[in-house]
Design a protein around this ligand. Structure first.
Ligand SMILES: Cc1cc2nc3c(=O)[nH]c(=O)nc-3n(C[C@H](O)[C@H](O)[C@H](O)COP(=O)(O)OP(=O)(O)OC[C@H]3O[C@@H](n4cnc5c(N)ncnc54)[C@H](O)[C@@H]3O)c2cc1C
Length: 310
């Protein structure tokens, strides 16, 4: 049997439901989406067999608090797979659910396979140096799916399906959000960008990002970076770093500027159809991944490229 009878999907990020639904339809005969009320319309169009609505009337509610409610929902149907997006909050929820349901859990799955009713999942290990394949040996299984693994399903606004409200079960240990502050940073989803210009520690100063942004604008590309630029220097938002612990690209073009090409970065960059690297060190590992490589100083090459593209 290459499909399970029941697959449930849940995400705190509504944008991820389309990818989850693609996987759920492949791996399950009946797909039920668990959603908060504000996501009903969006998720209905992705054509699940049914929608189960969580009580989201309290703004201070964190999704971890839905664990007991979700457990009572899943226990009604018995065995199956709960597929969630690999966001920080879904992973935190997944841990609670795994304990409460005695369910095997794999985080950041890069592929899922059902063989004779048993669920197998692959995920990256050792910072992306290896893949681990896990057999999930419990009747109920939980997987958080890495972004970009599945091609999102196309929405069908005409789809209709039963919508029921979940009976709320009070959490044993409640987490309440005491304050929310808007981010001043722009939010970007590099996994959906067609072209990406990435910059690494070859950049000397934050102000020099201006020339990288100018080049990206000329190419119609989004700007990404290596992890140290986002997490060490804090020159760019964390959403913009590419790699095993960041974004996995699926772009047509990835132009990497002053990036050495360590495996942890290239796990994210490798998904691009064409990789172009500019690095002043001819032995930089990135050249072994690049389709086109240019040994040169980004401070000379980038202004020249901008001038040519204008
Ligand atoms: C568990 C774990 C997870 C990690 N996850 C990630 C991840 O998701 N993403 C990620 O990016 N990293 C990740 N890292 C870090 C990763 O191992 C590397 O340290 C990082 O990617 C290096 O970033 P970099 O290439 O910008 O810097 P460096 O390695 O310092 O490379 C800078 C490059 O710039 C070149 N250069 C310098 N000046 C110029 C110039 N003027 N013109 C042209 N080239 C120039 C140099 O030759 C060099 O190749 C992770 C590490 C660990 C241990």
């Amino acid at each position: 049997m290459s499909q399970l009878t029941h697959v449930w999907v849940f995400s705190d990020n509504v944008e991820r439901y389309a990818e989850l639904m693609a996987g759920a339809r492949q791996w399950g005969q009946q797909v039920f989406a668990i959603v908060t009320a504000e996501h009903i319309a969006h998720v209905t169009a992705l054509a699940p067999n049914g929608i189960i609505v969580l009580d989201s009337s309290n703004d201070l509610q964190r999704i971890e608090n839905y664990a007991e409610t979700i457990v009572s929902l899943l226990n009604e149907k018995g065995n199956g797979l709960l597929l969630m997006s690999a966001t920080r909050r879904c992973k935190a929820l997944g841990v609670r659910l795994s304990v409460l349901l005695n369910a095997a859990l794999v985080n950041d799955a890069t592929s899922v396979n059902i063989d004779n009713g048993t669920v197998y999942a692959e995920h990256r290990m050792y910072g992306g140096l290896a893949f681990g394949k896990e057999k999930l040996n419990t009747p109920m299984t939980i997987i958080t799916l890495a972004p970009g693994v599945m091609e999102p399903v196309v929405a069908n606004p005409a789809h209709r399906c039963p919508v029921v409200n979940a009976v709320r079960v009070a959490p044993r240990h409640e987490i309440l959000c005491l304050e929310r502050r808007a981010r001043s940073l722009s939010s970007v989803d590099l996994s959906k960008a067609k072209r990406v210009v990435g910059v690494g520690r070859g950049l000397v100063a934050q102000d020099d990002l201006a020339m990288v942004r100018e080049l990206a604008a000329a190419l119609g590309a989004e700007v990404g970076c290596s992890r140290p630029i986002a997490e060490g220097e804090n020159w760019m938002e964390r959403e913009r770093y590419i790699g095993v612990s960041g974004v996995l690209l699926k772009s047509d073009l990835y132009l990497a500027l002053g990036i050495s090409g360590q495996i942890q970065h290239m796990v994210g960059g490798n998904g691009a159809k064409v990789i172009v690297a500019i690095n002043k060190d001819k032995n930089a590992p990135i050249f072994s991944y690049a389709d086109y490589g240019l040994v040169g100083d980004i401070y000379k090459v980038v202004p020249s490229l901008i001038a040519h593209l204008r």
